[in-house]
Design a protein around this ligand. Structure first.
Ligand code: UTP
Length: 301
């Protein structure tokens, strides 16, 4: 693979954050799920950092009326910063400044949660003529270790078109996912996509490659989004627009990411992520590990 500098194919990343977060009710009555902290940092900052590391310069956050706090999180807080500075709390000051310094943040508004495809479509007016492709990162999907966007960018540089991220999932566990119908390329971890099946039974799954929340989409996706009709639940599905592009001969590939993943969109997945991240911190890791070991060994009702 060549270096990111030579294969940089996008400057703008879109983060859809206008969903209802129903799986996280009642907390999401008042707090957007994208701001729930994994240890101390909201998931949306983690994906913003991932996008910035992959070369994105602008982040378009798609949010909804009532969820403005998601964008506010990326604004500087001069008074708080002065306060921390005066108290010599340099480490906290650095953390507070980290989010706003990552990249330029803009907002697009999705008035109603009409699906992921609809959310992405709301970001089109934010694009510049130079944006031939955009990255889309779902803030409730942590793909670890980070770096898959750089690989996806290299694949677009080589093959053109759009590139999606996939995980290789055991066939028996494939049913909750969108599954790709693929053929091989010269690279074992890069496949050409011919179609996609949502939530198949294991025996009907066309492969073991399941979709993850990272997309590098050719600008043609915005035109395709205007031409699809609402699918399940009356929502405009991003994958339907990708499928339309495939039928029209647009190249779509997946990069198979051999790593881990956390689903921050539901309490169970979120807790795993928080524990996983906390165990890695010098501050909380050792005592959490000791407590968990004791807690698990204790036969409490
Ligand atoms: P999810 O389906 O995981 O989020 O969408 P959700 O709809 O908020 O969650 P539940 O199912 O009600 O619990 C993935 C991402 O896409 C965004 C969400 O905010 C989330 O970050 N999204 C989803 C939108 O921005 N708009 C939509 O209409 C749907």
């Amino acid at each position: 693979m060549t270096g990111a500098a030579t294969t940089q194919t996008f400057r703008t990343a879109i983060v859809p954050a206008a969903g209802l977060g129903t799986r996280f009710l009642p907390a999401t009555k008042a707090v957007p799920k994208e701001l729930l902290p994994v240890v101390d940092t909201p998931g949306i900052e983690l994906v913003a950092a991932e996008a910035a590391a992959a070369g994105a310069e602008r982040l378009v956050i798609v949010t909804s009326p009532g969820k403005e706090a998601v964008v506010k999180y990326f604004e500087a807080q001069p008074e708080l910063e002065e306060n921390l500075k005066a108290k010599g709390k340099d480490e906290l000051l650095e953390k507070v400044r980290r989010g706003p310094a990552l990249l330029a943040v803009e907002t697009a508004i999705q008035e109603q949660a009409l699906g992921l495809g609809h959310a992405v479509a709301q970001a089109e007016p934010n694009l510049t003529p130079d944006d031939e492709a955009v990255a889309v990162l779902l803030p409730d999907d942590l793909v670890l270790p980070t770096g898959v966007l750089e690989r996806m960018s290299a694949v677009r540089a080589e093959h053109g078109g759009s590139v999606l991220c996939a995980f290789d999932i055991p066939k028996a566990e494939i049913s909750p996912y969108g599954v790709f119908d693929v053929s091989d390329t010269d690279d074992e971890d890069v496949k050409r996509v011919h179609g996609m099946v949502e939530k198949p039974k294991p025996e009907d799954a066309p492969s073991t490659y399941a979709a993850a929340g990272r997309y590098l989409l050719d600008r043609a996706i915005f035109d395709a989004l205007k031409r699809i009709t609402p699918g399940s639940g009356g929502e405009l599905q991003l994958t339907d627009a990708v499928a339309l592009l495939i039928t029209e001969g647009h190249p779509v590939h997946i990069v198979v990411h051999r790593g881990g993943r956390h689903d921050l969109g539901n309490p169970g997945g979120f807790l795993r992520a928080a524990v996983d991240f906390a165990l890695e911190t010098p501050e909380y890791g050792p005592s959490l590990r000791a407590w968990l070991t004791e807690r698990i060994g204790t036969d409490r009702p």
